[in-house]
Write a protein that binds this ligand. Sequence first.
Ligand SMILES: *Cc1c(COP(=O)(O)O)cnc(C)c1O
Length: 354
Amino acid sequence: MKKHNFSAGPCILPEDVLKKASEAVLNFNGDNLSLLEISHRSKPFLDVMEKARSLALELLGLENKGYKALFLQGGASLEFLMVAYNLLDKKAAYLNTGTWADNAIKEAKAFGEVLVVGSSKDKGFNYVPKGYAIPEDVDYFHCTSNNTIVGTQMKTFPKTNVSLVCDMSSDIFSRQLDFEKFDLIYAGAQKNMGPAGTTLIIVKEEILGKVERHIPTMLDYQVHIDKDSMANTPSVFAVYVSMLTMQWLKDLGGIPFIEEVNNKKAALLYTEIDRNSLFKGVVAKEDRSTMNATFVLTDESLTATFDKMCKQAGINGLDGHRSVGGYRASMYNALPLYSVQVLVDVMQELERTI
Ligand SMILES: *Cc1c(COP(=O)(O)O)cnc(C)c1O
C-alpha cells in the first residue's frame, strides 16, 4: 500500500498524475516514443508547454489580464536573484518571515538598497510580523506567503500601491487569494505543483523594462516571455507533470474546491495538536500554515515510541526541517484527508498506550 506521504518537498503527487507520467515515459501521446526522447520543439511538447502556461493563469484567474506564465529552471532560489536583477532599480522592501525570505534578502542586497520592513527572525520565525509600513518610494515589496520550514502562513497581504512580489513556493494553488494584487508570483514546482526541476513564474509584463542595468540573457524575464518560455531546452518532464497536476486540480474544481479540503485537513490536525496533551504547536496560532503543520512532543522521551508507531502506520516524511527539529506534517494539495486522519489516530493511540 502507498504510504501516507507528509514530505515537505519534493512531496506527494496525485496517484493518477504519477500513472499518466509513467505512461508518458514509455509511450507519449501514443507515438511510440518517450516524452524524454522527443524534441522539445516538436508539436506534442510545444502543446504541453502552452497548456501548462495557460492552466497556471486559468487556475489563478489571471487570463487576459496582462500576466505571462513561465516555466524556468534554477528553482525558487534563482528567483531570489532574478527578481532583484529585473526589478530592483534603487530600493526594495522585504518582509523577513523565514529562511527562504532571508535568502531572498541576501540576494537582493547586491542590486540596491534593501529595507527589511518587518522580521520575525528574533523569535525563530514563529510568527508573521504585522503592522509594518511599506514606503511609497520602493520599487517593489517582496514577501513569502508560506514559511515551509517553521510552518507560518501570511493570512493577509498589505494594502499598498507598491508592486507586490511573492514567493508562493509552498502554497501556490492551495487557497483563494486576490491574485491580481500581485505583480510577480513565483513557486518552485516541487512543493505543491509537480516534481523538482522547474519553477513557475507569473509576471505582469508591464512591470518589466524599468531598470537600467544589463540583464544576462537567461536571467531576463522579458527574454523568456518573448521566447514563450522556450529560450532554451526546458525541463520537459517537470513541466509535463506540473501540467498534469494542474489539470487534475482543474478537474476537481480548482482552487475553491481544494481550499476547502486543505482547511479540513489543517483543522483536523491542529485540533488534535491542541487537544492532546502529549503534543504542542510551535508557532503563533493565528499564523498557522494550512500546508506545513509543525509540532513537538511535550515529553521528548516518547520520541522513539511515536516514531515507531508512525512508521507502522505507513507515515512518511514527518521529520521537522533539519534546522528546527520536532515534527512537520506537510499537507499539500495531493495529500488526502484520510492520511491526516491516520496521523491523528496514531497521536490518539500514543495517548492511550502510555
Ligand atoms: C523550498 C522553498 C524554496 C527553495 O526552492 P528551490 O526550488 O529548492 O530553490 C524557496 N522558497 C520557499 C517558500 C520554499 O518553500
